[in-house]
Design a protein around this ligand. Sequence first.
Ligand code: UDX
Length: 447
Amino acid sequence: MKVTIFGTGYVGLVTGACLAEMGNQVICVDIDASKVERLNRGEIPIYEPGLEPIVRSNRAEGRLGFTTDAVAAVAHGEIIFIAVGTPPDEDGSADLQYVLSVARTIGAHLDRYAVVVNKSTVPVGTADRVRATISQVLESRGLEVPFDVVSNPEFLKEGAAVEDCLKPDRIVVGASSERAVSMLRRLYAPFNRSHDRMVVMDERSAELTKYAANAMLATKISFMNEIANIAERVGADVELVRQGIGSDPRIGHHFIYPGAGYGGSCFPKDVQALERTARSHGYDARLLAAVEAVNHDQKAKLFELISRHFDGQLAGKTIALWGLAFKPNTDDMREAPSRRLMEALWQAGANVRAFDPEARAETARQYGERHDLVLCEHAYDALQGADVLAIVTEWKMFRSPDFSRIRSLLKTPAIFDGRNLYEPAAVEAAGLAYYGMGRGRSLQVAK
Ligand code: UDX
């Protein structure tokens, strides 16, 4: 099928590449000319496992192209995806200016039936607004062109986006037109392994499904972080509690890992946006507000533990950080717990030596040159001259480190394990103090 995708960000680029991989003719359009130029040279602006090879092969075989030419792009697509950003505006609600500007562009150039598919995470009611916007522009052109607007939210996880896109566990389609549904059935047929994964519903339910999924997952995390905070006060180990509750299939083992707080481009933004949506409809979403508040505090947790360890005397100390990205297998720093930690450390006069396998360039871009930040090429370089080590992102390469090497490099050997990667007893046996998230003795100062 002929597919157009507006937006070559995370969602747009991955969706475009995966649809091309399934044999469709895909044009991705973006207003950022330099980005399009880079993509046309084969450069992928984000780090995402498996993305580069499928972009390369599908470009080479002529199924995937990048352009700034919106007119040609609208003319091309029988299915036109909107996959542009919906950043939070000042009050936390989703800013729809980019989505609606694409809707106007589509209205300005559409001249035959097309299905317009909203892939961006958008507040409930946006499909109606997109439909109204396109209709208005068509009317102003004096044209009556048939089209449908469909909500088809994305459930990609960063770091596994290509895999998630090629093998989705569900494809949510919110549509009120049979014609649109049957076109999307054709488009998504190759993604239906073993059984039909398409769940068809109305547009508003589809829009809310996306927020409900992310808010539920964020709730599980904040819930576990709260249990961790209780665990360390009552002298229990949250890691044992986690295993104990996860074995109940109604709870499940996924997404109950306590840690340094959730980050990324979705959870923080979507929990806030859903809360704002509820409020604007006269409902006080207390649970969502609490999920957000617990997460906000959790991001300060590593700093609090480190500060307590040094009796609040952090000036001149050097803290080694392993992990900067908001989670492993990405270079994404959006809402990353490492940011709050580094900023608090700098505020307290401490220096940071940090290592991350992928996010160093992004960190440098965010913070520029600073005397109190050294980005290291190798994990153990970060420990040179450092006082203690904090684990902020659970990259696989940090899972079984050489504890005696860590001990010999650190001035005051202590590990602040923001992801509970290590067994406290094993770390202590190697001569290091151990602080975890919600692990019994974490509140005691171990010197
Ligand atoms: C998420 C959703 O999983 C995805 O379906 C949606 O489309 C976009 O948002 P993503 O933001 O890429 O994807 O990351 P995810 O793997 O879900 O992790 C989000 C955050 O939660 C990370 O900061 C991670 O460290 C944290 N997390 C996750 C925990 O702290 N504990 C857990 O048990 C799981």
